[in-house]
Write a protein that binds this ligand. Structure first.
Ligand code: TXA
Ligand code: MG
Length: 304
């Protein structure tokens, strides 16, 4: 059975594309930062945009986000379906921090497509899935499009026919006070959403991506120096392409950018927690995922 095979692939950190009623998604185990990093790499995403975590029902979603009464009402009205709800992230959520790009919120969606539902129920963990296209291309609405765009980077493409909706989910954020904002117009019309939420606040364009937001969340307490081959005495060293030195850590001893991406946030936190005044980071090549890693490091090192 292909669902069984898909579950095995996800359990071992692989990528499975699956149909939803909006577009095909490029699925990875949301709780495995290495698998999440592979997903970014396969898409060729220029930066670590936050991803949507897919769950079968509201019950599972509530393990990862705080649902105000209004957020719950939205889920009850439109799930399973083409709506993504952004809510405050629960600190005990098992979804990898990399998938949330360092934000204090999490995007959750329960898709309706029967293949997606079967996969989510069989896997039993949330699945992050950006649209299954190369970054910048149009979204994939047939299994064949996924193959064309992503080729061998995806181990399995679950066949689900043509996407019924073919337009990405509507994204609405609902904060702790129940204030609802339309972040992305999509498969569900504004009026339908507003029938539940009342008038939607306008999204501030680019807010999620804003350097300030990510900076303030990810800047370590310690000073960060980038592209350093020889750390100063007393500095904690974040290595790349070499083993960890005493008192330091390595993003990837073998120089694997996917592994480095998966380790980045956790290692910065660990070194910061060691109490060092300064963290020196080895040069990271700008190719592939390195571009995104460098982008995050530059934000973290920016003057505060
Ligand atoms: O229909 C869809 O939504 C498809 C299917 C596969 O579910 N997925 C999809 O994912 O379109 P993607 O990664 O292409 O777009 C997700 C959008 C991005 O624009 C991202 O910035 C936003 O969701 N997003 C994710 N987490 C967010 C958060 N915590 N706050 C604000 N926006 C968020
Ligand atoms: Mg997309």
């Amino acid at each position: 059975m292909s669902i069984e095979k898909a579950v095995q692939i996800l359990q071992t950190g692989g990528l499975v594309a699956f149909p939803t009623e909006t577009v095909y998604g490029l699925g990875a185990d949301a709780t495995d930062p290495h698998a999440v990093a592979r997903g970014y790499d396969a898409k060729g995403r220029p930066s670590f945009n936050p991803l949507i975590a897919h769950v079968p029902t509201l019950k599972e979603a509530e393990a990862h986000g705080h649902f105000s009464p209004r957020a719950r009402a939205l889920a009850q009205a439109f799930w399973p379906g083409p709506l993504t709800i952004v809510v405050p992230r629960r600190p005990d959520s098992s979804v990898a921090e990399l998938a949330c790009a360092g934000l204090a919120t999490i995007a959750l969606r329960a898709p309706a497509h029967p293949v997606a539902q079967s996969l989510l129920k069989a896997f039993g963990r949330p699945i992050v899935a950006p649209s299954a296209n190369r970054s910048g291309h149009v979204s994939a609405t047939r299994a064949g499009h996924v193959r064309e765009d992503l080729g061998q980077a995806v181990e399995l493409v679950l066949e689900g026919g043509q996407s019924e909706i073919g337009l990405e989910s509507t994204i609405v954020s609902v904060d702790a006070d129940g204030r609802a904002t339309l972040l992305r117009p999509g498969a569900i019309e504004r009026a339908e959403i507003e029938s539940i939420t009342g008038p939607l606040a306008a999204a501030q364009p680019g807010k999620v991506q804003s350097p300030g937001m990510l900076e303030s969340h990810y800047a370590p307490r310690a000073r960060l120096r980038l592209d350093i081959s020889a750390p100063e005495p007393g500095e904690a060293y974040l290595a790349f392409g070499a083993p960890a030195p005493a008192g330091g850590l390595t993003l990837s001893a073998s120089g694997d950018l996917t592994e480095a991406a998966a380790n980045l946030y956790a290692h910065l936190r660990t070194l910061d927690a060691s109490g060092t005044a300064s963290i020196a980071v080895a040069p990271i090549p700008a190719r592939g995922l390195g571009e995104a890693i460098r982008d995050r490091l530059a934000r973290a090192a920016a003057p505060r």
